[in-house]
Design a protein around this ligand. Structure first.
Ligand SMILES: C[S@@+](CC[C@H](N)C(=O)[O-])C[C@H]1O[C@@H](n2cnc3c(N)ncnc32)[C@H](O)[C@@H]1O
Length: 208
């Protein structure tokens, strides 16, 4: 496995950058995740790119939660923060290469994750782990023209290493890739960020 530059960003720097004035993504993603869970009330939930656990407090009433990430330090932070929640299992996986090995999932949440993985690989794995009538709810980031994918903050320097591996996703291409894997787009929603960027939520359903 080639070393993912994401591994070189300490968890504390990651959180500070994502929450910084002008970025505010941590807060926006937290609210979106609360809504994703409220909209589908899943019994079995998988979170791809769980990072340091943003939004996991909203999964208290979910029967089983899988939090997946490639970064062992982020998962250690999650285990420490959510030690009291017995319904969560953290899985250290490179989703580009490792088998997912979870099944019968009602809801997959993948917020700012598909920028790091080939879309065909992602939808292949998601399609296999979802229950019939299950949903994948994906959030991608839309950057205004000529704006860097990594937003500036006083903590953003280490994130520059990610520039070569982040692939900006287009909502139409993302939806089409889902359809090519038998998933049906059911809903889209737009959220503006203070720095002019926006987050786009795309929900796709696995037919019964
Ligand atoms: C921008 S963060 C996700 C933000 C988070 N979902 C939230 O709501 O705050 C992307 C996460 O995906 C993880 N990641 C990147 N590539 C991955 C891969 N191939 N397999 C698993 N996790 C990966 C990173 O370590 C990082 O924690």
């Amino acid at each position: 496995m080639t070393l993912n530059p994401r591994l070189s960003i300490p968890g504390a720097i990651y959180d500070s950058h994502m929450a910084a004035v002008g970025v505010k993504q941590l807060q926006a993603l937290n609210q979106i995740m609360q809504k994703q869970i409220r909209d589908y009330s899943p019994h079995r939930l998988a979170i791809c790119g769980v990072a340091t656990g943003n939004g996991l407090e909203h999964t208290r009433d979910v029967g089983k939660v899988y939090g997946i990430d490639i970064n062992p330090e982020y998962l250690e932070i999650c285990r420490h923060r959510f030690d009291h929640m017995r319904n969560i299992t953290f899985l250290l996986k490179d989703m580009s290469t490792d088998p997912l090995e979870i099944t019968a999932i009602d809801l997959v949440i993948a917020n700012l994750f598909v920028e790091y993985i080939d879309l065909a690989v992602f939808f292949d794995k998601i399609g296999a782990c979802l229950k019939p009538n299950g949903t994948a709810s994906i959030v991608i980031q839309k950057n205004p023209e000529k704006t860097a994918a990594i937003s500036a903050s006083q903590f953003s320097k280490p994130f520059e290493a990610l520039t070569p591996i982040i692939q900006e996703r287009n909502e139409f291409v993302t939806r089409r890739a889902a359809e090519e894997h038998g998933l049906i787009p059911v809903n889209s929603e737009y959220f503006g960020l203070p720095n002019g960027k926006s987050l786009i939520r795309i929900d796709v359903n696995k037919p019964r």
